[in-house]
Design a binder for this molecule. Sequence first.
Ligand SMILES: [Zn+2]
Ligand SMILES: [Zn+2]
Length: 438
Amino acid sequence: MGQINEVMKDEKYAKICSHDLLCALQEGDSESIKRWVKVMSKKFRSLRERWEALRVAIGNVESWGRYRAMMELAIRQIEIAQDIKAKTDTSGRESLVSVNAMLAESYLSLARSNLRLSEFSKCADYCGKSLTYVSKCRGDSPEVTSRIAGEIQLCRGSAHLRLGNYKNSLEDLERALSIATTRQNVDLECMSCCALGRLYLSLKDYEKAAFFPLKASETLSRQDSPSNRIAIQLHLSEAYRKVGKLDEALGSSEEAIKFALEIGDRGSQAYCLLSFADIHRAKLDSEKAFPRYESAISMMREVGDRYGEVKTLVGKAKMHLKKKDYKEAVKHYKEAMNIAELIQARTESLSINGELALTYQRMTRLQESRECLVQYHKLLREMDLYCGACNEPISEKHQQLEALPCSHIFHLECVSEHGFVNTRACPSCRKMMSKPPP
Ligand SMILES: [Zn+2]
Ligand SMILES: [Zn+2]
């Protein structure tokens, strides 16, 4: 992300944090990262230099999709920041302030590695920890603290999205976007838009799902970070596919994989493969879809992205379903469900239950079908995925949605038609709307 780019230009850290680190990773054993840390610590005597080196290293391993290494380095970075804090506590106030910024940033890195490894609850916790350090950064420049705060909101919003906490997610992501626009932080703006697009994609509002990444792509003329381009194109591809624009979807995925290969981003390459597989599935071409699902799964496992594994297994199940191979479909849905429950990906659990219920029905296994339906409705209630105006579920089918300033989400139709436009209060929480209705 943004903060990394400025440091990467620093020649001092360049070789050891890119070439040497990549070599260590290619050795592939669990000790190689520890050995790299030792070599790095010998090279840099001061704790602050070590912390900086780790910051560059963390940015690099994240962009390469080496999320387990990212987590190890983030833990090491926190330890160093704590050492610095312990030393500063006794010697002067001025530098203590920026130590809090260092701690905030280190916890953010740890949070982000947890997000990448599908540890969503842990991610949200570490974001909270990071925010408490931000609140202690009184002496730092607003430039620095608002950047970190914005990135925390983005990270936590993404974790809440995966956990199916839509209201919390929307609150965090909108705060991130607002910080990004006030501070003219292009990277943060781009990533916040992509995350908001993802939120509406999960809720099946495909218009907004495409609107946000398109909005993000407007920022591209102002910068050219390959990571941002990859994120935008991947999200656009999925949004296009959902509305049947398969050529556009293919174009976006091809664009994304070009950049992902260029920077060696294994994590995004896995999603590109998944997206190619899904497009072939939409074209009913199982001979092309299946091998791509296979490659996507093995790459998701390699980088440790369990959420991506769920998405891939679901895609594979749907392909089997299209071929009327119900037995294989059930097998893959169940495998996906186990992981989804483990990582608390409630939206995925919800849709898998819905799809399994239908599949069992086709197989006339009615008891199992009913059990899935019960589970499905339980999750809908738990996540409170109902429109506060008409009490019908949100996210069951493609429908345009509208979020009120209190972050409660309604059907767009209901916002325009129902009386609460006149009362100007949200029917779910009674908060007054501060902005005019659409
Ligand atoms: Zn409604
Ligand atoms: Zn409300």
